[in-house]
Design a protein around this ligand. Structure first.
Ligand SMILES: Cc1cc2nc3c(=O)[nH]c(=O)nc-3n(C[C@H](O)[C@H](O)[C@H](O)COP(=O)(O)OP(=O)(O)OC[C@H]3O[C@@H](n4cnc5c(N)ncnc54)[C@H](O)[C@@H]3O)c2cc1C
Length: 392
């Protein structure tokens, strides 16, 4: 792969909206990605393996629990810092950002928000340091966009719960030490349970043959009469709103992350357009190529402003699920379109691993699907503005 010459675009001086702390956090993550992710990521994506050696570095830049309080091992940062870290990591690779998102927003967040003090003390510091990695089991083979239909269930056996069922498409599953699993009680209510590797009957087979998020490890969570201690139930929230609350936090991070992938594609295409000569001119001098670049930077800038404003609202506690949904949908769609146009600008070179664009492009196919598909997010906005529910 070519050396990482990334220069971040900032067409509207959005850095002026950021605090010194935001810039410090962002620049530290940016440097770390250049040093530790860019040189190895193509190789790991090609061999379809998560680079476990970067776990310690991810913890150091605050990527595991950026907004979780310091007393639990988190970085104690605000929501915009969280977003900026996700942006920088996804600039390197969406798969690496997925690992960090799951750890922070889908594993640490529910333990912090819905867990009791013993659970926080037991799990959060180890998850923040990367000593333990976590996964989040919501999706099932027959229930993706409609998680309310889940069939994974647990029975109260007096001194423990007995968990049965299967989850599919679970990021980090093959190597996680803990899984936050959503399952129905005998009364049909959804609860979160913390399942630990080593519990009898709990297995995590890896999913192979992915063309997307190849540097992220995906698998199943299978529960065959797993005895889960009663103290592993998250006591402070139940019902579908509990997992959906986690998704709000993760989708917010994705809205920022997708900007990173788009920035990398744009920056690569811009540099290439000045170097690649055809018909005796740099291709960047042709109007059709300039149109592509002009549209890319316009869309990136709009997405940056959307994410920043959402970050302000998230920080002051007013961001709604529908507002977060809109930013996830818009920014991922924007990034896919930027990646597609950028890939074309590189001609044949665009399909090779010499450049990051094709990898981003393939990765974004998962990002537009997970945490609510593009269509589902359109329906969330539709419901919000009309008051009419298309899901029923
Ligand atoms: C790489 C990867 C990693 C993932 N990681 C995780 C994870 O860590 N944890 C986890 O729990 N899940 C994870 N997922 C699962 C992901 O969230 C689901 O794939 C997603 O929710 C879609 O579900 P589905 O694949 O079953 O598609 P389906 O729900 O079957 O949807 C198929 C199509 O039908 C459309 N559709 C569905 N319902 C409607 C409707 N009412 N109206 C209009 N169109 C509709 C969808 O938009 C989609 O286009 C991951 C997925 C991938 C690909």
């Amino acid at each position: 792969m070519k050396p990482d010459l990334f220069q971040a675009p900032d067409y509207y001086n959005i850095d002026e909206l950021l605090t010194d702390e935001h810039l410090l956090v962002r620049d530290a993550a940016r440097e770390w990605v250049k040093r530790e992710v860019s040189p190895i990521i193509e190789e790991y994506a090609q061999k379809a393996e998560f680079p476990k050696q970067i776990i310690g570095g991810l913890a150091e830049i605050g990527a595991f629990g950026p907004y979780i309080p310091v007393e639990y091992g988190g970085a104690g940062l605000d929501q915009i810092s969280y977003g900026l870290i996700m942006q920088e990591i996804e600039r390197g690779d969406s798969g690496v950002r997925s690992t960090a998102s799951v750890q922070s927003s889908l594993v640490m967040y529910p333990i912090w928000k819905y867990g009791n003090e013993e659970q926080r003390q037991k799990y959060l510091p180890k998850l923040a340091s990367g000593e333990w990695m976590g996964s989040f089991g919501l999706t099932e083979p027959d229930h993706g966009s409609n998680p309310a239909g889940m069939t994974t269930n647990f029975k109260d056996m007096g001194d423990h719960y007995l968990l049965n069922g299967a989850k599919m498409w679970i990021s980090n599953a093959p190597f996680c030490q803990v899984a936050v699993v959503w399952a129905k009680s005998e009364e049909g209510r959804i609860h979160g349970l913390i399942v630990e590797r080593g519990m009898e009957g709990f297995t995590t087979p890896e999913t192979h043959n992915k063309w997307s998020l190849r540097a992220s490890s995906t698998g199943e969570l299978i529960f065959d009469n797993v005895k889960v201690p009663k103290e592993n139930l998250l006591p402070n929230k139940s019902g579908l709103g509990a997992p959906l609350g986690c998704l709000d936090s993760a989708r917010y991070g994705i809205a920022w992350g997708a900007i990173g992938a788009a920035m990398d594609c744009y920056d690569t295409a811009l540099r290439y357009s000045k170097e690649r000569m055809q018909f005796g001119k740099p291709i960047g001098q042709f109007q059709l190529q300039q149109k592509k670049l002009a549209e890319m930077i316009t869309e990136i800038t709009k997405a940056q402003l959307l994410a920043w404003r959402l970050g302000v609202m998230k920080e002051n506690g007013t961001a709604t699920t529908a507002q977060i949904s809109m930013a996830k949908r818009n920014n991922v769609d924007m990034a896919i379109n930027v990646a597609r146009e950028a890939r074309q600008m590189l001609g044949g070179m665009g399909i090779t691993g010499e450049y990051s664009i094709m990898r981003h492009s393939m990765n974004l196919e998962s990002v537009i699907t997970y945490e609510g598909t593009h269509d589902i997010h359109l329906l969330i906005t539709g419901l919000d503005i009309t008051g009419l529910n298309a899901f029923k």
